[in-house]
Design a protein around this ligand. Structure first.
Ligand code: HSE
Length: 415
């Protein structure tokens, strides 16, 4: 029997204890030993819970108990998760977590502490919920040089965009629905402003390229400015708007990494990924594109990934698994102004021909018109040639100096 502790009894934590209880025989077959939940850490009381006698409010009980070999951190947030995880690793206990904020902020340091203490630090559930992505990238794709990872990494925003695209729903109404269905957080800023997706692409980039990429260096846009007009222009262009986290390894070994809503062409495998589903494309030099798809959020999908990590840690109590990356600096990531992209620009001027003529002049002829029959007379959209984002910004200023209002500006995805 292997004794474990679960820190946190929220949505994911309760799913972890539920799976360990309901899938006891399945897990015994996989491991050859029983997993015993010795402690569940939570500040609240759960007197009617079947494991009521395992609850504790005292972290010290867990960290000081030599029987506990594996700890699952499912509290969320950086504090006190960071301090607790660090102390468990220093005590030689393996730790698994679903906490993307923690891994994105402190992954390199915690992996180093795990290594020093011959313990494991695993975080399959931190990206893509129930989708296997960390272990496949770390193990199954190890023979590849990966040069790009791109994905729909946030279920809430994908649900909102799907409602806007398929049902013509306004952003605010779709957000309200997502909140009612329990997809979005009560304060949904981390989802709709792109921070959750940013943490996840940082974790995938760190894993793919071996250096920690910190969220504060990554350009991050959310979906709050997307309108139904933009959705219609995307359809006319031959695609859909998706919130994409993307990282590319450049020839100079630096990373072009960002989170942004973009036009995704219908031919891309990511264009059909709807509702709360996530999809992640990994481009390997041997495999070509590999796409992972499934439920990126929710109690049991996420808990299943946490339990798989617990089993893996239990199987590797003596031999450490070699999942590792080192610290990365600010100069690992190129400034967003250098990121090359074509753009969709929605323009408004005195009349549509005037806006298009001025756009042609500003972009030296390198724009194509995108016309929507039902658009207002003064409005037109254009698709630019690919160029560094800094140059696009200057040209947007030039347009505005010539009385052309830029209503929307979105990347054209090269996916
Ligand atoms: N809020 C997140 C999402 C939960 O919507 O994807 C899973 O990380």
């Amino acid at each position: 029997m292997i004794s474990i502790a679960i820190m946190g009894h929220g949505v994911v934590g309760s799913g972890v204890s539920e799976i360990i209880t309901t899938h006891k025989n399945k897990l015994f077959t996989a491991l050859g030993e029983e997993i015993d939940i010795k402690y569940i850490l939570d500040l609240r009381d759960f007197p009617d819970h079947p494991l009521a006698d395992r609850f504790t409010k005292d972290f010290e009980t867990i960290v000081n108990d030599v029987d506990i070999r594996v700890v699952a951190e499912v509290m969320g947030g950086v504090h006190p998760s960071y301090e607790y995880v660090k102390r468990c690793l220093e005590a030689g206990k393996s730790v698994v977590t679903s906490n993307k904020e923690l891994v994105a902020a402190h992954g390199a340091e915690l992996l180093a502490i795990a290594k020093e203490n011959n313990a494991n630090f695993l975080f399959e559930a931190s990206v893509g919920g129930g989708i296997p992505i960390i272990r496949p990238m770390d193990q199954c794709l190890v023979a590849n040089n990966v040069d790009e990872v791109a994905g729909i990494l946030n279920g809430t925003t994908n649900y909102i965009l799907t409602k806007m695209i398929n049902d013509g729903m306004q952003f605010e109404d779709a957000l309200k629905l997502a909140q009612e269905l329990g997809y979005a957080e009560r304060n949904p800023a981390a989802d709709i402003e792109g921070h959750d997706a940013c943490r996840k692409i940082c974790i995938l980039a760190s894993l793919a390229f071996g250096k920690h990429v910190y969220p504060q260096y990554v350009h991050t846009e959310g979906i709050t400015a997307i309108t139904l007009e933009d959705v219609k222009y995307a359809e006319k262009w031959g695609g859909v708007i998706k919130l994409i986290g993307q990282v590319k390894l450049l020839e100079n070994k630096k990373l072009d990494i960002f989170v942004a809503p973009m036009f995704v062409p219908n031919k891309s495998q990511l264009s059909d990924i709807d509702d709360v589903f996530n999809g992640i494309m990994v481009r390997g030099d041997c495999t070509g594109d590999v796409v992972f798809y499934g439920r990126g959020a929710g109690k049991l999908p996420t808990a299943s990934a946490v339990v798989a990590d617990i089993v893996d840690c239990c199987k590797h109590l003596k031999a450490r698994k070699r999942i590792f990356w080192t610290d990365g600096g600010e100069d690992l990531v190129i400034p967003y102004d250098e990121s090359v992209t074509a753009m969709y620009l929605r323009l408004k001027s005195k009349d549509e021909h005037c806006a298009y003529d001025i756009a042609k002049e500003v972009f030296d002829g390198n724009v194509e018109p995108l016309v929507l029959e039902e658009a207002q007379e003064s409005e037109i959209a254009v698709i630019t040639n690919p160029m560094p984002y800094g140059m696009i910004k200057n040209k947007i200023s030039d347009l505005e100096a010539k009385d052309v209002c830029v209503l929307s500006a979105l990347r054209i995805g090269d996916l």
